[in-house]
Design a binder for this molecule. Structure first.
Ligand code: DQA
Length: 152
């Protein structure tokens, strides 16, 4: 039986409006639907998720700090904080938990201010452009990474 990993799933600002927000860019799935599909996959991967969304940088940082000693990894869509937040980057570096960065849209295909991520250098990797599937691919990648680490 595979080990059960505890994963913190963080959604950044404005992602609470998914489904209504710029559907041409972000699609019609709501955040609740994305969380439900993550939960389904988590059962299959036998991992446990804690999910949290906030429009406030400090609240996201508090959750990252609290994940230390409680979670094995972090799946994060930092939203616009991707492109602005040295503080979230530093929090991820501080807790030193394997982190996967995900985006619904392909940030590299969009405005140039979205091309830079402060999070990418402290993440295992980034998955961008697959809509809600970015989250599912990200969770698979994170769990496989943790499994490989524990077998090493
Ligand atoms: C996003 C991309 C960011 O540039 C943007 O600010 C978001 C959503 C995405 O999932 O595509 O809020 O992270």
């Amino acid at each position: 039986m595979a080990r059960s990993y505890r994963i913190l799933v963080l959604h950044g600002p404005n992602l609470n409006l998914l489904g209504k927000r710029e559907p041409g860019t972000y699609g019609l799935s709501t955040l609740a639907e994305i969380n439900q599909s993550l939960e389904k996959l988590a059962v299959h991967l036998s991992c446990e998720l804690s999910t949290f969304q906030s429009n406030h940088e400090g609240e996201l940082i508090d959750r990252i700090h609290a994940a230390m000693d409680k979670h094995h990894g972090i799946l994060i869509n930092p939203g616009a904080y991707t492109h602005t937040s040295v503080a979230i980057r530093d929090a991820i570096a501080a807790v030193s938990l394997p982190t996967v960065e995900v985006h619904l849209s392909n940030i590299h295909k969009r405005e140039s201010f979205r091309h830079h991520s402060y999070i990418a250098p402290v993440a295992i990797g980034q998955i961008s452009g697959f809509g809600p599937n970015s989250y599912l691919l990200g969770l698979r990648a994170l769990v496989e990474y943790l499994q490989l680490q524990s077998n090493a």
